[in-house]
Design a protein. Sequence first.
Length: 396
Amino acid sequence: MQKISENVYWNGIQDWELKLFHGHEFSTHRGSTYNSYLIRDEKTVLVDTVWYPHKETYIKRLEKDVGVENIDMIIINHSEPDHGGALEELMKVRPDLPIYCTAFGEKIIKAHYHKDWNFKIVKTGDTLNIGKNTLTFVEMRMIHWPDSMMTYLDHDKVLMSNDAFGQHYCTKSLFNDEVDNDELYQEAIKYYANILTPFSAMIVKKIDEVIKLNLDIEIIAPSHGVIWRENPGQIIEAYVKWASDYSEDFAVIIYDTMYEATLRMAESIEEGLSSKGVKAKLYNCSVSDMSDLITEIFKANAIAIGSSTVNNSPLTSIVSISHEILTHKMKGKPFVSFGSYGWSGEAPGHIAETLVKAKLNQVCEPVKIKYTPTEDDLKSCFDAGVKLAEAIKEKL
Ligand code: FEO
């Protein structure tokens, strides 16, 4: 166990080999960690556990370092199996152990394990004295599960934020001041874009609520990745920015193509954007990492999405990324849709329908061309790029 403050120890698992998370949904190029914490005050308090494939290692180490019989209570800030996954194993040894969690936490834990353990329900503002530290609980409902919660320790000035402010980032050091900060922010924004974007409106309100609690925070200890020890306020500021109609200074052009006609269209759109000084990145969706692509879309100030038409529809990868934009609620960005076709040409219209439903702003009619583009066809793509550039400038 590694000490992170006077009374708090990191008691997690470093998963160097993890490459996919949430089943096969989220790529984790730099592994991840499951950060459980142990508070050694007058009471010995465990905060969260780890993902269940690591439960035996976790319990054995806990037994060796502290003795499971010496733990007075466990706080489950969030019961998703990457944090609550060793709870059942722990409860086999200590079936009497009080479990502090939200009301939703109790329901979800019962639905997972079908056991009626010793639940102690807490809500925002509830406190619990454990010696030098008094714990304050802050519910984070739907950020990102109904049961999510933070726990604050007033003596050590540690905010255990669970998923919030986390990253799928496994490093030798546990602390933000000892890792490559470019990598750290790549992982933090990827985590935000992929997991938290749908909840941005709630995040703005929640951060405001937490600021009003006037907590003196020296350390933010999330449940994945490194601990924010140096200037912990920086990640709160980043979340406020990311949750508020965030964009960076580039557009993305995402396409899938069967015989390169749609690729030619994508290149002409890029030229149109470039003629107006807008930088653009091109991605063939079918050979790109979806989680990285979602991150790029989250960061982009405009989007062009194109696909050939097959079976009256866009290609599979484009159906999928359009749906991701919708479900991630990445609204407000200007977009164009485009694609080549043989005889029916529904794909650009289908893409536009999904993105309009997602509340993105369509800047022109879908651009569709038959078979191989002519010079005139490419000029219409170039013009669509120009319109997209103008929409970006109007938004600024
Ligand atoms: Fe890291 Fe929502 O679990």
